[in-house]
Design a protein around this ligand. Sequence first.
Ligand code: GLN
Length: 319
Amino acid sequence: FVIPDFQGFTKHIEEFYWKCKSNTEGKVAAYIPQLARMNPDYWGISVCTIDGQRFSIGDVNIPFTLQSCSKPLTYGIALDQLGSDTVHQYVGQEPSGRNFNELVLDYNKKPHNPMINAGAILVCTLLKTLVSPEMTLGEKFDFTTNYFKRLAGGEQLGFNNSVFLSERESADRNYALGFFMREYKCYPDKTNLRECMDFYFQCCSMEATCDTMAVISATLANGGICPITEEKVLKPESIRDVLSLMHSCGMYDYSGQFAFKVGLPAKSGVCGGILLVIPNVMGIFAWSPPLDPLGNSCRGLQFCEELVHVFNFHRYDNL
Ligand code: GLN
């Protein structure tokens, strides 16, 4: 086993759980009613090692929409299907140093990276327009959901239609980003922007639980092979790129500080989730809706910091 004393390890996770539970800072995202209604007390942590040992505590079976936690997944699928060179003709690898939905492109007039909204919208146009372009919107939705499910080892993964409809209705900024990039000819030829925006909102509206997301995280930690089913879902070279950009760009405008303090690839979303990957060891998902001013889950962030305080998981521990 990769964690020989798993029981002992889970005792610590439990301890961190209770410690973070008393943290009542932050505000639940309120830009759509479905998120605003989320109970701020929800708090769950799920762990899945690369050899399939599992542990979870708290609200780990309540479905929530993935929101930006879907961005590393769609990016991974695009890499696997198109190769890194093609994907990065369209999107950069640099942290933006700005808000996740800021109306800004890099000095090449490309979106900075695939982990922020502009980059993720761009990745959706690549998946829609360049990967099997003959697929209809419905087929492309199934194709993508199917990938997410395989990453999750077949565990519970759904779609929340009311979140999708609300996202689409209150998406002025995302449309602004979409048109801004069209003005700068960021997209492949033949891109249908309206369809691609819908596809982006659909990816944000995929729904899963903390337990399911920990399996996805473990698949990333395991080089693209799902530890539950042993299926090879994504290529190791795609995972390498995904983890690299999660490390430098995954935590919004806190990414640099997170890389310094925690030293692990992670991706957060406005749902209050943090997908945390300990490469070659385990995947963790922490979920609690209240967010700090930068958009990261308050309890989730505290948990990540507690974890590396006790365990040597930081990339530059053990030198
Ligand atoms: N649906 C959200 C948006 O596009 C996702 C952003 C996020 O999770 N930070 O604005």
